[in-house]
Design a protein around this ligand. Structure first.
Ligand code: ADP
Ligand code: MG
Length: 729
């Protein structure tokens, strides 16, 4: 960096003391210290209450409201012993964060003092004054009542002095206003449908869990430099900034050694995460400079979603202790990789079987094929919806760019699995008779388990890839609530499995043996869902053409992609499964469009301000210096010599004039375009106007600013540059 242009930098490196456990303490000892888990429930709850609560958690048994008081009392006793003074219902509104309102445990004791109290009523349900959360018109402010309701399947936890109770958030009239309520319904739906299908193979299965293992990518930047970039502060990304001469071209960051300052942050973060019961396991450098990844061991989906929401807020807090800011935005820097959040997803039974993993016996392998093929069918039938579930104004920068999955959903299966499916597809009915022998089924597919153990066969360009024992939904954005993708995926698979059961049962009723009925249906499905299967390079242009021919959703405009939520087949699916109704879907889309517009609107305003307050004045100042220089040269030298010596400066003066004129012109027309868009009533049309007119202008203005960055005197440039932001020492 040139002479410290930013005084703030000097303070940024001063770290506060970090709490690290004494060496004697191991992760297994402090793991879940701040969680009211089963171990604490057992200790703090009467045994009958404990049994009922565990039954509700493990088996989804309806929770008897009469035990709420006892649970609240036990929770409070534990929390107060741990130093807590407040509690909050913790929920996921339709913004991308979490919401909480803290109340103290205190109540009047009737003798002029107070006592710590927490009743079952307060645990089970609350009525936050929540009229200012996005609701897409479901709740007008005059009937602003919304409820939060306790979700016992995700344990309460402590953050600082506050007991956090995971809850769903619903309107007075019952519609969900959050991510968790529809997620729980989708998980129940896939559980129910998958158990039915599992019974073809194992009648003992009582419950099917949906598992999620997320991989959170993020950037770290120095807090002082962050403070000097209003665009990062207000929009989470840099709206301008020329490429650094060196960025990721040497590929020296991925899996490289972690800088010591970052290592200290990671260590601190992991300890906090483990204490909150988040089983973090993997950390490494990512591809771009300053980019890192954190991943836990996979968990039941609802819990994994909560843990991801929680880790994102813990990351932000811990980063500040280390003089960093965490950037969770999908594309904080142009020209280098953005951040995603791979969602590793699978289904597993209460009998311990992983349904997306091949097994040891032919029956296990038929079950494996059944679940894989049904997943492919679900992804095929709802590929547009799945894309909508991961789309946002911010993730739009990643999808379609040459670094992340394209804006087309397809599935990579790898060589071995592709061959297996091809074999099944090509086998004839006669073969089937051979396959279903007296000794059970002999799938003429030798050694599926051994074959598939080698899953190095990877394709980074695929948005939905099979990776040995799970599917990896890679298109999810780093900032997103995973619930959005998980609601769509689990619901789609639930609908598909229900259809599969119907199709197989129909053949069995006609007298076909079970195994051959299953194989016959699967064979049909493999043919039907072929268009979704693509093992090639998802980045190339030929794929876009090919995908269009195959009838896959190729729309790239985010506001239009959201239409997928309101397609008849989507509404039928969500309503049929009881996950969401049409009113809820419409309301949520209103929120999506509104959020899209607001995000672009903020970016547009910030860029306009920066251009006119930071860039144009500095450029003009430098231009004036050059002009003065030209005049002085004229005084000093004979005319022909001064003309020769000033030629370069005259060129620069003109270049600067051109760029600043463009910038001013474009900023003015951007303001006009905003005025036009803002008058549009329909949220959908308004979002489309912002997408079509404002977004391209952001890029045009940026182009000229980035050009100016290259020619203006470095000392005068007020904003930290990419080369300064991107290399933590
Ligand atoms: P990668 O090789 O893709 O970087 P890892 O092997 O580290 O990934 O795993 C990534 C995530 O996938 C982790 O959270 C891991 O626990 C999770 N995972 C592994 N197996 C499964 C599974 N069967 N279902 C769901 N998630 C899984
Ligand atoms: Mg992965």
């Amino acid at each position: 960096m040139s002479k410290l242009r930013f005084r703030v930098v000097e303070t940024a490196f001063k770290k506060k003391a970090v709490e690290v456990p004494t060496p004697a303490e191991r992760p297994s000892e402090y793991y879940a210290r701040y969680v009211f888990n089963k171990e604490k429930m057992f200790k703090y709850l009467p045994s009958k209450v404990y049994d009922k609560l565990v039954d509700a958690i493990d088996n989804g048994a309806p929770l008897d409201r009469s035990i709420a008081d006892a649970v609240a009392e036990g929770m409070k006793t534990w929390a107060v012993e741990m130093g807590a003074t407040h509690y909050t219902h913790w929920f996921h509104p339709l913004t991308e964060g979490t919401a909480e309102k803290h109340d103290a445990f205190i109540e009047h004791d009737g003798k002029g003092g107070v006592m710590e109290e927490f009743s079952g009523k307060l645990l089970v349900q609350q009525e936050p004054d929540a009229s200012s959360f996005p609701n897409g018109g479901i709740r007008n402010t005059f009937e602003a009542r919304g409820y939060t309701a306790w979700d016992p399947s995700s344990p309460a936890f402590l953050v600082d002095d506050t007991l956090c109770i995971p809850t769903i958030f619903i309107a007075y009239t019952g519609e969900s206003l959050d991510y968790k309520a529809p997620l729980l319904k989708a998980l129940r739906a896939v559980d129910k449908a998958a158990v039915e299908v599992c019974h073809y193979f194992n009648p003992d299965v009582k419950k099917v869990f949906s598992y999620l293992g997320w991989e959170q990518e993020y950037f770290l930047i120095d807090e002082g430099l962050y403070a000097a970039r209003p665009d990062l502060l207000l929009t989470g990304r840099t709206l301008m900034g020329h490429d650094s001469a060196k960025n990721q071209q040497l590929e020296d960051h991925y899996f490289g050694s972690v800088p010591s300052r970052v290592a200290a942050f990671m260590k601190d973060l992991e300890i906090e995460a483990l204490k909150l019961g988040i089983p973090v396991k993997t950390r490494h450098n990512e591809v771009a400079p300053n980019q890192f990844e954190l991943a836990p061991i996979f968990e039941e989906c609802n819990l994994a979603v909560d843990h991801n929401m929680l880790i994102m807020s813990v990351m932000k807090r811990v980063a500040r202790r280390h003089g960093f800011r965490v950037l969770l935005h999908e594309k904080p820097f142009k020209g280098i990789n953005g951040s995603g959040k791979h969602n590793n997803w699978s289904l597993g039974t209460d009998t311990g079987a992983l349904l997306m993993a091949p097994g040891k016996t032919p029956e296990d392998n038929l079950r494996f094929i059944t679940f894989v093929v049904n997943t492919l069918m679900a992804v095929y039938r709802h590929n547009g919806l799945l894309k909508a579930s991961i789309s946002s104004a911010t993730n739009a920068h990643r999808l379609g760019a040459n670094e992340a999955p394209p804006a087309i959903i397809s599935s990579f299966l790898g060589k071995q699995l592709s061959q297996v499916l091809q074999h099944i597809e090509e086998s004839t009915t006669d073969d089937l008779i051979g396959i279903v022998g007296k000794q059970g089924m002999k799938l003429d597919i030798p050694q599926i388990p051994e074959l598939l153990i080698d899953n190095t066969d990877r394709n980074r360009t695929s948005p939905f890839a099979f990776t040995g024992n799970r599917f990896e939904f890679r298109a999810v954005g780093s900032e997103a609530n995973c619930a959005s993708a998980m609601i769509a995926l689990n619901a789609a698979v639930a609908e598909q499995l229900t259809q599969f059961k119907k199709d197989v049962d129909a053949l069995i009723e006609k007298g076909e043996p079970k195994i051959s009925a299953i194989l016959e249906v699967i064979r049909g499905y493999i043919k039907t869902c072929k268009p979704i299967h693509f093992d090639g390079n998802g980045y190339c242009d030929e794929w876009k053409e090919e995908a269009k021919k195959r009838g896959l959703d190729c729309e790239t405009s985010v506001p239009v992609i959201f239409d997928n939520y309101l397609k008849p087949e989507t509404i039928a699916m969500f309503e049929g499964l009881g996950v969401m109704n049409k009113v809820e879907l419409e309301a949520r889309n209103e929120v999506k469009w509104e959020t899209y517009t607001k995000k672009i609107q903020i970016e547009s305003r910030v860029l306009g301000d920066l251009a006119m307050n930071h860039i144009v004045p500095v450029a003009t100042q430098y231009q004036t210096d050059l002009i003065n220089n030209v005049y002085k040269m004229k005084d000093l030298f004979p005319a022909d010599k001064s003309a020769r010596l000033s030629a370069k400066n005259l060129e620069l003066i003109e270049e600067i004039a051109d760029h600043t004129a463009y910038i001013k012109e474009h900023v003015d027309s951007m303001i006009e375009a905003r005025k036009v868009a803002n008058k549009i009533e329909s949220e959908r049309e308004k979002a489309i106007a912002y997408h079509d007119t404002i977004v391209p202008m952001l890029e045009e203005i940026r182009y000229h600013i980035d050009k100016l960055e290259l020619i203006i005197d470095n000392q005068m440039w007020t904003l930290p540059k990419y080369r300064e932001l991107l290399f933590i020492r």
